[in-house]
Design a protein around this ligand. Sequence first.
Ligand code: SAH
Ligand code: SF4
Ligand code: F3S
Length: 471
Amino acid sequence: MNAKQLYMETFGCQMNVNDSERIVTMLADLGYRATSQASNADMILLNTCSVRGGAEEKVYKRLANLRPLKKAKPALIMGVGGCVAQQEGNELLQKFPWLDLVFGTHNLHLLVDMVRDAENGERRCETAFIDNEQRLDLFPPAKGNSRVSSFVTVMQGCDNFCSYCIVPYVRGREISRRSAEIIAEVRQLADSGVQEVVLLGQNVNSYGLKTEGEPNFARLIRMVAEIEGILRIRFTTSHPKDMSDELIACFGDVAKLCGQIHLPVQSGSDSVLALMNRGYTRASYLDRIRALKAVRPGIAITADIIVGFPGEGEEDFEQTLSLVEDVRYSDLFIFAYSPRPGTRAADLVEELGREQKVQRLERLLELQKRITREISESLLGTCQPVLVEGEGKHHGQVSGRLESGRIVNFPGDPGLIGSLVEVRIVKAYQNSLLGGKYYDLTAEGAEEKPESFAVVQVPCFKRGNPLEDQT
Ligand code: SAH
Ligand code: SF4
Ligand code: F3S
């Protein structure tokens, strides 16, 4: 029998990307194989995001334009999972009669059963939260794969309730995975050839704090660093208020921990930070940045910023601009504030219209572009360690990342994939770098290769093009 085709589209953050990987693994047991073409799929699943109004709208538009496929092939199974599913639940089945199943963020373990029911014509919606220990047993296993870099979920959910944010409502309470299971998963990934792990969670640096007998996040990183075969460790996302001295110290003495951190600041103004319920001030944030730079000079720092939050006056915005100048982020993800249903900020009066928010967004973007360019240009002519992750788009090219997360394309053979090489940076683009000569750090008698080039623009680390999907 031919394998059935599963087409999955993933919106939102890395947590969704990781969940989609789990889903694909689980549904393989039912005979579904992933395809990149919706048009001939037997099942279409959208793993969705509702962090901003724009992200939610995108899902509805996509559902509408997938409808003809269902009409043409009534046996096609269509499902929605993730954060919009969690938020809207049964409403989705009502609004979109061509949908077969809706599964929430805590219900991945029910999916196989739901798909079986859908194959028999039964429409189901499952969005119950499991906010207790039982949830720890319901992390479907992630199968080893042959990639170079892999996500490993260490915790899920969020208890911070920033006043603008829907995540605590759609992801539920914070829960840390058992360290023994995390370590076993990383070992298994290392055995299958993975060289880099990205430890994942909505707020990774509060890992273990509420679980007796488990290490804290700094300890967990040190445990992961001991695993043979793992060359690089990254993590995302951290909250500035939980950025302990102990965790910062890891950047000083854990060589495998990449010199890169995503530390969302959201605003440079104390009054806006207080309205956002962020739990830190401009000064305490800058203190953490100083400490990070002191233990790891050259560390690449990125952040998220929201512009146009209710109460953000021109002066507050200027405070954000000056903070960005101060920190010198290697990249920024800037979003226009979008009120979300059920959050505390949704009740605040918005003074700024869309156009004014976009203006602030663009001012900040301009500033960041300059800083990013200056940082990239400072790398010209230097040699940098690059973990080769795949082929470049152009023939004869491979692509990898600096420790900072910046993409480097350079001439090389696909046989280099999975090696750590030292590459000379010859050109800087907005979102990527071009490398020239390289030296294989992992090969014996590392040899110099001839230079040639082609250019591929690849989105930078984290969430793709920061210009996309900002509202
Ligand atoms: N847990 C992570 C990610 C949260 S969502 C963290 O705390 O950093 C990713 C980003 O989306 C946030 O950092 C914030 O900048 C942005 N965001 C969240 N809610 C938003 C809203 N209502 N409007 C605009 N941007 C928002
Ligand atoms: Fe949202 Fe704040 Fe939690 Fe991040 S820390 S997920 S911004 S509530
Ligand atoms: Fe979006 Fe849900 Fe992630 S709302 S940002 S997909 S946790």
